[in-house]
Design a protein around this ligand. Structure first.
Ligand code: SAM
Length: 263
């Protein structure tokens, strides 16, 4: 029985799981972390690529099945029973690794933020999300879906929606459609301090997304000319709204905020 609280919707169609494995572009010997293998449909397709798969599953009930799969994999599959939000990926993989997952929807976004902003940098991420979340990750300025998630994802990686997956492909079918997003972390990923600042300025700007920057940034401006000065210091029009500011603009805003905060 699938557990709702664990976000369990399984992919059992080998055509789809193989396609996701192909999209992950793995080479034999690559390390890949799979979150939530469940009954192991996608896991099998990942093992077939010749990659070294480390599968992290929270639900103990899958242990016997996955241990059987691991035993038959000639060392290609390692099973870890645990919470993916808490694991140390560097220690698990023993070096660089890709991540591939049909994510549990309830923890998909926190996991993505952990991988994009945490101390460990994945080589690539190939992840199934609700279609609406996938759109929010890859959205461009001006789009309805453009917001904090797009800015954080695109400041840290190249993000593209690479495959739509209909609800009927899952057992049991979820209420929403799904899509696979492929993210490649940027070599020049912003520092932890800049990413913290980016989280702060995007929270303020998109917290009141219909307001002009000079109003929405007010809470961040300790001194001087308030939200208007902060926007100007970042080279942005104080009358612009958050949804029109591109990722580079938000990075300049994060830098301007750090300068005023530390002044
Ligand atoms: N990969 C399987 C497939 O495609 O058929 C299952 C995908 S299902 C959407 C999500 C899986 O993640 C479930 O097996 C669930 O038990 C597991 N899961 C949920 N929360 C988790 C967590 N915090 N850490 C690790 N696994 C988790």
């Amino acid at each position: 029985m699938a557990r709702k609280s664990f976000g369990q919707h399984f992919l059992l169609d080998l055509n789809i799981t193989r396609k996701i494995a192909r999209l992950a572009d793995l080479r034999p010997g690559d390390a890949v972390i799979e979150v939530g293998p469940g009954p192991g449909g996608l896991t099998r397709a990942l093992v077939e690529t010749g990659a070294r798969v480390i599968a992290v599953e929270k639900d103990q009930r899958f242990r016997p099945l996955l241990e059987e799969l691991a035993a038959a994999s000639a060392g290609a599959l390692t099973l870890v029973i645990g919470d993916a939000l808490k694991v140390d990926e560097a220690a698990l993989a023993g070096g660089p690794a890709h991540v591939v997952s049909n994510l549990p929807y309830n923890v998909g976004t926190p996991l993505l933020i952990k991988w994009l902003t945490g101390p460990w940098t994945p080589r690539s991420l190939t992840l199934m999300f609700q279609k609406e979340v996938a759109a929010r990750i890859a959205a461009q300025p001006g789009a309805e879906a453009y917001g904090r998630l797009a800015v954080i994802a695109q400041a840290t990686s190249e993000a593209r929606v690479v495959m739509d997956v209909p609800a009927r492909a899952f057992t049991p079918p979820p209420k929403v459609e799904s899509a696979v997003v492929r993210l490649t972390p940027r070599a020049d990923r912003p520092s932890a301090q800049r990413l913290d600042a980016l989280q702060t300025v995007t929270a303020a700007a998109f917290g009141q997304r219909r307001k002009m920057l000079r109003a929405s940034l007010k809470t961040l401006a300790h001194e001087g000319g308030g939200g208007e000065a902060l926007a100007l210091a970042a080279g942005l029009d104080p009358q612009a709204r958050a949804e029109t500011v591109d990722v580079a603009g938000f990075l300049r805003l994060a830098d301007a905020w750090l300068r005023t905060r530390d002044a």
